[in-house]
Write a protein that binds this ligand. Structure first.
Ligand SMILES: *[C@@H]1O[C@H](CO)[C@@H](O)[C@H](O)[C@H]1NC(C)=O
Length: 344
């Protein structure tokens, strides 16, 4: 069974010096497709620092939209010298939505601080939060350029739709990471070293669960606010809010390359709860459990390229941390084989 493999691998990993996977010999080993196994290239620390990429994006997007300034103003030490985001700006929001976004923005600051307290992490990556960047996502979602170009900062509904684009991706990432952190705890510790590794894992699990809880809360709030207006038309496009969400979700499913993990606000009944409902306030599988995504799926989505080795979209220079950097430097063929292997 998959989990058993995982627990053995992850546990071995904890006993290895952290940079060992990057050695030349290891690279040679992994370049041979028959030997490929991605588990070996990931430790719990890697899995927990990876979400910083998304947390930075969310923090900047929400803070800028609400205040017209971001981390450099509210918590410059958390930016850790990373470049300021491109094109972020204040959004035209009603008092209620602004209030919600202020709270989300500060929640993300807390998440950044919590992750960076637990793992070494990395500085803020370069983020492209320009109106054009979101406009491109919407054009891709509809398969043709919207006229005039979609502007996330123009009003409440546009901003809520733009917010639908990213946090949910982070949520699926936390769902995916949790069991990978959890599996080694099944092993009974016998030495002091094993015990201290065990304590680390407990701390990591607690952090991942805490992040998952609040990220899924944010997703629920955004979806509820959009659901209230699901059949309203987004002007001047004459396209309903629900249609926007299902197009964005379809695009993410396509870019992620791992089937259905994303659903709009109004779906075919067979995709709704108990395969009965069209109203789809929360996305979930046939048992209404949250979908999970691997870091690889997430990179393909947030780069907007469908390739984890090809940066773009919100991350013009790619993500940071060992997982993202590893994929930026490997060939696409290798990566595909690698991920196929992971899912078998
Ligand atoms: C930001 O994204 C837009 C839309 O994709 C693009 O036109 C622009 O060149 C990007 N800016 C940078 C600095 O990458």
């Amino acid at each position: 069974m998959k989990l058993d493999n995982f627990s053995v691998f992850s546990f071995l990993l904890l006993l290895l010096p952290s940079s060992s996977y990057a050695t030349e010999a290891a690279d040679e080993f992994f370049m041979n497709k028959d030997n490929v196994d991605c588990h070996v290239a990931k430790s719990d620390v890697d899995l927990l620092e990876f979400p910083l990429n998304l947390e930075y994006l969310e923090a900047e997007f929400f803070l800028w939209a609400a205040f017209g300034r971001g981390l450099d103003s509210f918590a410059p030490n958390l930016a850790a010298g990373g470049p300021p985001p491109i094109g972020a700006r204040v959004a035209k929001l009603s008092p209620l939505i602004r209030d919600v976004i202020v709270q989300f923005g500060f929640q993300e600051v807390g998440h950044l601080r919590a992750i960076k307290k637990t793992v070494p992490g990395f500085p803020r990556p370069l983020l492209n939060l320009s109106a054009e960047s979101f406009g491109t996502v919407m054009n891709d979602a509809f398969g043709h350029p919207l006229e005039p170009p979609f502007n996330p900062y123009a009003n409440d509904i546009n901003f809520l739709l733009a917010s639908y684009v990213v946090p949910y991706v982070g949520l699926t990432g936390y769902v995916g990471a949790n069991p990978k952190l959890l599996s080694p705890t099944a092993k009974k510790f016998q030495t002091n070293e094993e015990y201290s590794n065990y304590m680390y894992i407990c701390e990591y699990m607690q952090l991942a669960a805490g992040l998952l809880g609040v990220e899924s809360g944010q997703d629920a709030v955004l979806r509820t606010l959009l659901y209230e207006r699901a059949i309203e038309k987004v002007e001047p496009y004459g396209i309903t809010v629900a249609e926007f969400t299902s197009r964005i979700s379809k695009l993410r499913n396509k870019l992620g390359h791992r089937g259905l993990k994303d659903e709009g606000l109004i779906v075919k009944p067979k995709e709704g709860a108990e395969a009965k409902l069209k109203g789809n306030l929360l996305a979930g599988d046939r048992h209404s459990l949250a979908y999970d995504r691997t870091p690889e799926e997430i990179l393909r989505i947030v780069y907007g390229t469908g390739k984890m080795s090809k940066p773009g979209g919100f991350y013009p220079k790619g993500g940071d941390g060992r997982i993202a950097k590893y994929h930026l430097h490997k060939s696409q063929d290798y990566l595909f084989a690698c991920e196929q292997n992971m899912h078998n």
